[in-house]
Design a protein around this ligand. Sequence first.
Ligand code: FES
Ligand code: FES
Length: 135
Amino acid sequence: MWEYTDKVNDHFKNPRNVGAVENPDGDGLAGSLACGDALRLTFKLDGEKKICEAKFQTFGCASAIASSSALTVMLIGKTIEEAEQITNKEIIEYLGDLPKQKVHCSVMGREALEAAIYNYRTGKTLDRKIDGEVV
Ligand code: FES
Ligand code: FES
């Protein structure tokens, strides 16, 4: 049986940055059509346009919690340009590894980040459904 890495366990049991940032500069939502799980990511920028706060809320599973927690940690201190270059692979590398069937859960964090950056740039809301459909 596949075992979660220590880092996944740690971020699942003690998730970092849970909740929603107050008066966020970016606010994004992503969801999976397959199972109805959803994830919201909010961030705030400091005077140098670097992310100083990033938080997430999710109805997702352990892998979604761990990978969103990891993503928020990775985001802090980054500019928007740097943040949008974070790949799903990097999130998984940060965690050590994820079971293959759980990779889509980490994609949700990446999608919510994309939606939050879109919201920051345009002031509009982008609700993304992972499985391809943008609503
Ligand atoms: Fe829904 Fe994993 S089964 S996101
Ligand atoms: Fe639904 Fe992982 S978020 S199974």
